[in-house]
Design a protein around this ligand. Structure first.
Ligand code: NFE
Ligand code: MG
Length: 596
């Protein structure tokens, strides 16, 4: 049957159905189903979150000042970002301000997360969709060294170094215990890199694995630990004690110098490894420009990284906010999260129930009531679902919409918004990257574009970290040691009923929490997270979500090896732990790949 969606896609579910479950190298549990035509081109796509957690429900009646610690446990990957969003929501509700130092430290922590998450995503969750590890075994280490030295002056580039890496890889393969490399589709025709590029990328996979643990020390310095650093309503929970005396764990000059050194290292890694790898690998996949989906139509960002403490206006936010709909890039709409007309969540195709008569609900009035049922056309039984029924409820992810539109969020969305607003710091690197690769502007709206935007953002974030570190030092030198305002901590001063919203740009995209406080307790708490936007199922009107849209019209070289599906879905860096935050009670049996 063929269906036209309101957001401009033609869905045809008459061809062969292919099920990928679970999708691996992501956080959480997800399943993708597609129908392919006789040429193995995707003509219908169904994306579903297969777990339920219920954090929003757990928060009811708790102290709003504790909400950050619960919401932070939504995820250990985008660690800290839910806590930051939560303290901002409570501060917004209660009119609490934070000191300048706290703003710089929060930005340093959030930007450190961006770099850590983007580096780990590219090398450890996504690169193997493009890089054939087995092919690296046949590379010439000398030629690999020459290649590396032609693209970067990174110090780890000698023939001996690559020979060593290759020997380690050979031993690993000979042991038969392939670990994370076990289920790759090695040798698939969609892998296009010469052996030397594969070996270079494998070396960087290992280097990034080592390096990522350095980045998170920034969280440990300011927040006590990682994952799940500590946060505080009204500031940050770390005193500054510059001469090293006083409180145990206080931030002193030695710690601040360590942060500066990690920032220098991550800037160098971005400049000399991550960006050159994107350019080198990208140059072999210039023809693979699928997966654009909603990016060319409707993108959304809330903005983040305030230059000035307590100023969340567009003028202060260094990451841009705005909404673009139906490909009209000349018009970037302002986003108001408090406006019930703008953001609504739909559950027509999600395993939840709304009170009678309601359709889309604004998060302040949001309801999280699980309601698992399979549609009449789902095939299989309760323990082994062979096929979901996308005409009915089919996901634990709700369907958020901006003015009724399905939106893509994430690094690419942010960079498109910045580009559309003519901001040089976003426009120039995109133009340069496209020019260097010899690609047209339209190439940005693709799986590759999404992956490249993330790398550009990692680079951008490193320089912003240097800026906020300098700002922090200057402020301390000027005599300001304050890191928290606790003047409004006395709940007797709070209004009886009040509500607030806090937002951030998490690594995967726009994130907001809405809170309603009644008699000093949480009355309602709703999180709408990046993967809820991107991984959303159909809504009441029939609009498909960003993951689903991105898979449409993609040709597959071998549907029994759904590498193309993984490439595109991984380019969003999905996190189902975040998006469902709320498993099938029966626990569905998980097949790796089923092709019928
Ligand atoms: Ni669990 Fe998260 C991010 C949030 S979800 S990773 O980034 O918020 O998409
Ligand atoms: Mg939610």
């Amino acid at each position: 049957m063929t269906v036209e969606t309101p957001n401009g896609f033609t869905l045809d579910n008459s061809g062969r159905r292919i099920v990928v479950d679970p999708v691996t190298r992501i956080e959480g549990h997800m399943r993708i189903e597609v129908n392919v035509d006789e040429n193995n081109v995707v003509r219908n796509a169904v994306s579903t979150g297969t777990m339920w957690r219920g954090i929003e429900v757990i928060l009811k009646n708790r102290d709003p000042r504790d909400a950050w610690a619960f919401t932070e446990r939504i995820c250990g990957v985008c660690t800290g970002t839910h806590a930051l969003t939560s303290v901002r929501a409570v501060e917004n509700a209660l009119g609490i301000t934070i000191p300048d130092n706290a703003n710089s430290i929060r930005n340093l922590m959030q930007l450190a997360l961006q770099v850590h998450d983007h580096v780990v995503h590219f090398y450890h969750l996504h690169a193997l969709d493009w890089v054939d590890v087995v092919s690296a075994l046949s590379a010439d280490p000398k030629a690999t060294s020459a290649l590396m030295q032609s693209v970067s002056d990174w110090s780890l580039s000698s023939p001996g170094y690559f020979k060593d890496i290759q020997s380690r890889l050979k031993k690993f393969v000979a042991s038969g215990q392939l670990g994370p490399f076990k289920y790759g589709y090695w040798g698939n025709a969609s892998y296009k890199l010469p052996s030397e590029v594969n070996l270079m990328a494998v070396a960087h996979y290992l280097e990034a694995l080592d390096f990522q643990k350095e980045i998170v020390k920034i969280h440990a310095i300011f927040g006590g630990k990682n994952p799940h650093p500590n946060w505080l309503v009204g500031g940050v929970p770390c005193p500054i004690n510059i001469d090293g005396t006083g409180a145990v764990g206080a931030v002193n000059i030695e710690r601040l110098n360590m942060v500066a050194s990690i920032i220098d290292q991550l800037i160098e890694f971005n400049d000399k490894v991550y960006i050159p790898d994107i350019m080198t690998i990208g140059s072999y996949y210039k023809d693979w420009l699928y997966g654009g989906g909603l990016s060319a139509k409707s993108v959304l960002a809330y903005g983040d990284v305030p230059e000035h403490a307590n100023d969340y206006s567009d003028a202060s936010l260094k990451l841009p906010g705005g909404a673009i709909i139906n490909g009209k890039f000349a018009e970037v709409h302002p986003v108001n999260l408090a406006d019930p007309e703008q953001i609504q969540e739909f559950v027509t195709h999600s395993w939840y129930k709304y009170p009678d008569g309601s359709d889309g609900l604004h998060p302040w009035d949001g309801v999280t009531e699980p309601h698992f049922e399979l549609g009449p056309n789902a095939k299989g039984n309760k323990t082994h679902i062979q096929q979901l029924d996308e005409g009915a409820k089919y996901s634990w992810i709700k369907a958020p919409r901006w003015r009724g539109n399905a939106m893509e969020v994430g690094p690419l969305a942010r960079w498109i918004v910045g580009y559309a607003q003519n901001k040089a710091e976003f426009k120039d690197p995109v133009d340069k990257l496209l020019k260097d690769l010899g690609l047209p502007f339209s190439a940005l709206f693709s799986t590759l574009g999404r992956t490249a935007a993330r790398a550009l953002e990692s680079q951008w974030a490193g320089y912003q970290m240097r800026h906020f570190h300098n700002k922090l030092i200057a402020n301390i030198k000027a005599g300001d040691m304050s890191t928290a305002n606790v003047d409004k901590w006395k709940s007797e001063t709070w209004p009886k009923e009040v509500k607030g919203v806090g937002f951030t740009e998490a690594p995967r995209g726009a994130l907001a929490h809405w809170i309603k406080i009644k008699h000093c307790k949480i009355d309602n708490y709703q999180c709408v997270v990046p993967t809820t936007w991107n991984g959303s199922p159909r809504d009441t009107a029939g609009n498909i979500g960003a993951f689903e849209a991105s898979l449409m019209d993609t040709p597959m070289s071998d549907p029994a090896q759904p590498l193309e599906i993984l490439r595109t879905i991984h380019s969003f860096d999905p996190c189902l732990a975040c998006s469902t935050h709320v498993m099938s009670p029966d626990g569905q049996e998980m097949a790796r790949v089923q092709v019928r």
